[in-house]
Design a protein around this ligand. Structure first.
Ligand SMILES: CC(C)(COP(=O)(O)OP(=O)(O)OC[C@H]1O[C@@H](n2cnc3c(N)ncnc32)[C@H](O)[C@@H]1OP(=O)(O)O)[C@@H](O)C(=O)NCCC(=O)NCCS
Length: 334
């Protein structure tokens, strides 16, 4: 049988890529970008989407990509990994992973952050088999409607997959090259986990104790992902008015999950974390090099179910992060 050919994704590939996602997920994939060929083409042209694909007989049979979130980031977001149902079990995932690593280096990036699904063990195991480590968990991140077409769900802890509700994804940092030393402010409540992660990932960090916010006003950008039921709030400037602003983050309560991303070069980060914890947020993850600095992601589930706090995790590292989150939640709910 001929071997699929691995290459970079080009603007003309967009409609073939949409077809591949439809084969793998029907209409249920949470990232709507992958149903919009025009948008994919413009993201490839602008350099926002930098992917590798597997091609066989003029058909795209596998994909994994880098999404570059900001021009100053040294790490991209990696993911949207699929292998067409008729091509599974032949090691294509590994070949795409090797090519993606090479592309990351070619693009001058030092690593990538990806979000292995907890729907099955395959991605979590692959992500941590080498030098990658979980730095967080995004609870209830994957909508319940997501249908993994033609995939045996035996790994789901014998739960009925179709009724499993929203599932978590882990956050994994994968270093691919040595990164420059970076100075960041480290919030008091996460000193231990983040210090030990930096050591495990061999990332050179100078950690500083945060102070009081340097500004009166907080500035943030809010993005709604309706299909995913997710609001993402990026705080670009932490100000002393954050408590008033954070009280409105839930909005009308129609979104399932809220993420708040904090830049770790902002000395007000401890103030922001404590404000967010008071408002029901808990740790989600440490994202090295994600913006102009490292990013700390906090999360809140708007109407949580007990299952949301029992994701299928395959490593001790991920389980210890879950313990941290559950303890934080306990301290909020009493
Ligand atoms: C996960 C996925 C990308 C793996 O791709 P792949 O090229 O088949 O990967 P591999 O050939 O390395 O096989 C990986 C494992 O999947 C198993 N597998 C293959 N087809 C399968 C199927 N239909 N159901 C369950 N397991 C399957 C293989 O036996 C192998 O198990 P092992 O590691 O214990 O030997 C692919 O199955 C897929 O696209 N799944 C649906 C979308 C998805 O889950 N994407 C990841 C989101 S984070």
């Amino acid at each position: 049988m001929p071997e699929p050919f691995i290459r970079y994704l080009e603007p003309d590939d967009a409609s073939g890529l949409v077809e591949c996602f439809r084969l793998c997920y029907g209409e249920t994939y949470a990232n709507e970008t992958f149903y919009d060929a025009g948008l994919i083409t413009s993201m490839i042209e602008s350099g926002e989407l930098r992917s590798v694909i597997a091609e066989l007989d003029n058909r795209i049979v596998g994909h994994t990509g880098l999404t570059v979130r900001s021009a100053s980031s040294l790490a991209a977001e990696a993911g949207n990994t699929v292998v067409a149902p008729d091509m599974r079990g032949q090691g294509l995932l590994g070949k795409l992973g090797t090519a993606l690593r090479q592309r990351t280096l070619d693009e001058g990036l030092v690593g990538y952050i990806h979000y292995p699904t907890t729907a099955h063990d395959i991605m979590q195991k692959g992500a941590t088999a080498g030098t990658g480590r979980e730095t967080g968990i995004m609870l209830a991140y994957i909508p319940a409607e997501t249908n993994y077409v033609d995939f045996d769900k035996q790994d789901l802890d014998k739960k009925d997959f179709e009724k499993a509700g929203r599932l978590a994804a882990t956050i994994v940092y994968q270093p691919v090259a040595e990164s420059p030393e970076r100075s960041v402010y480290l919030p008091g409540r996460y000193i231990q986990p983040i210090r030990s992660l930096a050591q495990a990932l061999n990332l050179q960090r100078k950690f500083y104790e945060p102070g009081i916010p340097a500004f009166a006003e907080s500035l943030f950008k809010r993005q709604e992902n309706i299909r995913r039921g997710l609001s993402n709030i990026t705080i670009n400037q932490i100000g002393v008015d954050l408590p008033e602003k954070a009280a409105d983050f839930v909005g009308d309560g129609s979104t399932a999950v809220i993420h708040v991303d904090l830049n770790m070069d902002d000395p007000g980060i401890d103030y922001a974390v404590e404000t967010l914890v008071t408002n029901g947020f808990i740790y989600s993850g440490w994202l090295p090099e994600f913006h102009q600095s490292d990013v700390l992601r906090m999360q809140m589930l708007v109407n949580p179910e007990e299952d949301n706090y029992q994701p299928n995790l395959v490593t001790e590292q991920a389980r210890s992060l879950l313990t941290l989150m559950i303890e934080e939640r306990k301290s909020q709910t009493g």
